[in-house]
Design a protein around this ligand. Structure first.
Ligand code: C2E
Ligand code: CA
Ligand code: CA
Length: 428
């Protein structure tokens, strides 16, 4: 009997810290969840860089630190259930009283977790302040399935770990959605790389006065084998932050060089914020055939983030390549009229939000007029994005805008259709 007890204990306890282990935590907390009528809070805490702490100070110190964290957690959560659920991860479960306000308790709960890590830990002649990340969820009286609750705090924790140290993320439906979208995008991108599913659509832009076709903007899509087409809003943020970005951008540049040569027309492309600052990418740009007419679009946001640095990069690009440079989404950021003169820029793409309002809103119209005049004075050209209506086109023409792009005159087209449009324009 004693032996059996001892075995059960070993299975459910972490002997190092004298707290429950993962299976013990599940056992006890799922029992509690069956009974309670009030909400509860659940946290999963991960100590940051614990592997390197172990490496630097040795396993004995590592063990000591874990014990210290467990003791402190027990101290600040006397009425909670504390467990060490993985080598450097702790979980806490705390039930609320019926009169507690959940929001208030949640803040207290978070403050207590922070307080555990705020105080440095002394050992030998050393002193160390541990850092952490945590995911938290509120367990309502309806959600009783510990597995799915645990999944939720894992999601919140994973999200917190992406940020800086000592961040606590509270699980929410929004967060779950966000994480789902991101992991969907990751899978989609990997598949697209492996099966060559990236494809470019080409949206024409025209001379605002003569409506002559002047070029195309290359816009990426992922085209699945079943015919489904994914637009960039589904995956571009993830792609721009993935290890596949360089490979993708090289593919893109090669594609549009081929097309621009074959079609004998300028093609613009969207440079991502990450590659724009990447030396390898800049070098790659300077190796491109400089007889081909390409336009690199950089969003105003990227431009304005570190203006001084960007001025240098753009100067270098202008010196070593034949690329034209356009500022994309102009007018959407706190700007830039002061700075714009210092950038080596050839074209300003006036954001769709201006075009949308240009007919009804006289102030917007005045702004666009100013942008166009300013650009002219600085020797830059202007293109208005998102032209959907005839009236918009006419106003832009009267204001002296150089180019227009938008659904009124042409949607983004697959390669073959762009080619047809091109030959029609050559005939006319
Ligand atoms: P963007 O550069 O501002 O591209 C214009 C977007 O507006 C395109 O959406 C286009 O389909 C849409 N658009 C064009 N005319 C109209 C119009 O008249 N009305 C409306 N409502 N929309 C119009 P898309 O193709 O979904 O691209 C979205 C964004 O994805 C692009 O915005 C660009 O920032 C990014 N992107 C696209 N391709 C690439 C790429 O190869 N690399 C990178 N880094 N980003 C890309
Ligand atoms: Ca663009
Ligand atoms: Ca744009």
């Amino acid at each position: 009997m004693e032996l059996q007890k001892e075995i059960t204990k070993l299975q459910n306890y972490d002997t190092l810290t004298n707290t429950l282990n993962l299976s013990g935590f599940f056992l006890i907390v799922s029992e509690r969840l069956k009974e309670i009528k009030t909400p509860a809070l659940l946290a999963l805490i991960d100590i940051r860089d614990f592997t390197s702490i172990n490496k630097t100070f040795g396993l004995n110190v590592g063990d000591f630190l874990l014990k210290e964290v467990a003791d402190r957690l027990n101290l600040v959560f006397p009425d909670g259930i504390v467990a060490r659920v993985a080598s450097d991860e702790f979980a806490i479960y705390k039930e609320l009283n019926s009169k507690d306000k959940v929001e208030t308790e949640l803040v207290k709960f978070m403050d207590k977790i922070k307080s555990v890590f705020e105080q440095p830990i002394y050992f030998g002649d050393n002193i160390l302040t541990l850092t952490f990340n945590a995911g938290i969820t509120v367990v309502s009286s309806e959600s009783k399935n510990l597995e799915s609750i645990y999944e939720n705090i894992s999601i919140a924790l994973a999200y917190a770990k992406k940020g800086v140290e000592n961040i606590i993320e509270v699980f929410s439906k929004d967060l779950e959605e966000k994480v789902k979208r991101t992991s969907f995008a990751k899978r989609l991108i990997e598949k697209a790389i492996n099966e060559n599913l990236f494809t470019l659509f080409y949206q024409p832009f025209f001379n605002c006065k003569t409506l002559k076709l002047e070029g195309f903007e290359a816009l990426v899509r992922i085209k699945d084998k079943d015919g489904t087409i994914y637009t960039p809003n589904v995956f571009i943020d993830v792609l721009e932050n993935s290890k596949f970005l360089v490979e993708y951008e090289k593919w893109l540049l090669n594609e549009i060089m081929d097309k621009s040569k074959k079609w004998n027309i300028p093609i613009s492309f969207n440079a991502s914020s990450n590659s724009f600052k990447n030396q390898e990418y800049i070098n790659y740009l300077s190796s491109l055939d400089n007889k081909i007419s390409l336009i690199m679009e950089i969003t105003e946001r990227v431009l304005m983030k570190e203006p001084e640095k960007t001025i240098d990069i753009l100067n270098k690009i202008k010196k070593t390549t034949a690329l034209k440079i356009a500022v994309d989404d102009f007018g959407t950021e706190y700007s830039s009229l002061k700075y714009i003169k210092d950038f080596s820029i050839d074209e300003i793409k006036i954001d769709i939000s201006f075009t949308r309002e240009i007919v009804e809103n006289k102030k917007t119209q005045a702004l666009v007029k100013t942008i166009i005049t300013l650009a002219k004075d600085l020797g830059m050209e202007t293109l208005a994005e998102g032209v959907e209506k005839q009236e918009q086109l006419e106003i832009l023409r009267d204001l002296g805008c150089d180019y227009v792009q938008g659904f009124l005159l042409g949607k983004p087209l697959p390669e073959e259709e762009a080619e047809k449009l091109l030959s029609r324009n050559l005939l006319s």
